[in-house]
Write a protein that binds this ligand. Structure first.
Ligand code: APR
Length: 321
């Protein structure tokens, strides 16, 4: 069986980790495109020179020419500027919309049959724009946000309860902004509800809720917490890991159920917008959206988050994109 071809558009912080993870996990050959001359060539050469040590046979190539992504099966996009301390993801809109438009045209021309995962922010709006410019079917254009937001939430729960993070299942829905919706009722440690464990730990329902609320707030602001600490850029190891989980599910047709930004056609009461919800990812991209029942409070929080996405998309249109 021929190896899969994976194109990375953007060879910055996240792009570099993506290339390394793809090689280490032997998911396919990598072509890294960037507008900066020589940099993607240097990064991929460097990773390739570790192949003897890490024992992988993948090909890695860096390029400044879209032609080299020709025939890619999967494209992962990180092109764009990251946040600086004090910035919201929305502050990146104008700059990244211009970049995303040029990227969508390049991918449309040279990899028209690819499945595309987008990481650039503001996430849900960048996914919307890529799909609009490329005209790709919605099921082949997917945003990475929920896998990382959920992993952050799960990590905070594991640290709080002193259990292995591997046993924590926690999901975050909605847009990838400060209004995202970490789901409390569905969070569990190998099936045991997290709230029940918190209540037993503190023997006090109000205190348990307070602790949960603090974890939710930290999850919503987790990207900003990293930006404030790094000072020169935003999170890059963890977004790369999250996108690779999605890429693997698609390339190996694993059909994992992962929270991703996908196009909704009435599911969760949303029509015609990209929003973070659970979806099954397989060889065709988004194979289906999985609906789950939300109580009144959860639905209200979800609707609020959808409003934030709608506002961002409206801003994009006002800017003429
Ligand atoms: N085409 C291709 N690549 C581009 C373009 C373009 N038109 N414009 C900029 N780039 C490249 C930059 O040269 C840079 O190498 O995109 C890369 C972005 O890398 P970083 O600045 O290191 O940013 P990174 O941390 O990787 O984040 C990328 O993902 O999480 C989001 O908010 C984050 O929008 C940001 C994106």
């Amino acid at each position: 069986m021929a190896r899969k071809k994976i194109a990375l558009i953007g060879g910055g912080q996240i792009g570099g980790v993506l290339a390394q993870l793809i090689a280490l996990k032997q998911l396919g050959d990598v072509v890294m495109f960037d507008v900066v001359e020589d940099m993607p060539q240097g990064k991929t050469l460097e990773i390739a020179e570790a192949s003897r040590i890490e024992r992988f046979d993948m090909n890695l190539k860096g390029t400044n020419d879209y032609k080299d992504i020709e025939g890619a099966d999967l494209v992962i996009i990180t092109a764009g500027v990251p946040r600086k301390p004090g910035m919201s993801r929305e502050d990146l809109l104008t700059t990244n919309a211009k970049i995303m438009t040029s990227v969508a045209n390049g991918v449309k021309e040279y990899a028209p049959n690819s499945i595309v995962i987008i990481i650039s922010n503001p996430l849900d709006t960048m996914v919307t724009l890529f799909q609009k410019v490329s005209g790709f079917p919605h099921e082949r254009v997917i945003g990475q946000a929920g896998v990382l937001d959920s992993s952050r939430f799960a990590s905070f729960i594991a640290w709080e309860l002193d259990v292995s993070v591997q046993d924590v299942n926690a999901m975050v829905l909605g847009g990838h902004g400060d209004t995202m919706v970490p789901l409390i009722r569905y969070a569990n440690v190998n099936g045991v509800p997290v709230m029940e464990m918190l209540e037993r730990k503190y023997q006090d329902k109000a205190k348990a809720k307070e602790v949960m609320d603090a974890m939710i707030e930290r999850t919503r602001k987790a990207g900003g917490e990293i930006v404030a600490l790094l000072k020169t850029g935003s999170a890059f190891f963890s977004p790369a890991s999250a996108a690779i989980a999605m890429a693997k599910s698609i390339l190996l047709d694993e059909k994992r159920l992962l929270p991703c930004s996908v196009y909704l056609k009435g599911e969760f009461g949303v029509e015609g917008y990209y929003v973070g919800v659970p979806a099954v990812l397989g060889e065709n991209g988004v194979e289906r959206v999985v609906e789950l029942s939300l109580n009144e409070e959860e639905q209200a929080a979800f609707n609020n988050s959808v409003e934030a996405v709608k506002n961002s998309v409206a801003n994009l249109e006002k800017l003429g994109f």
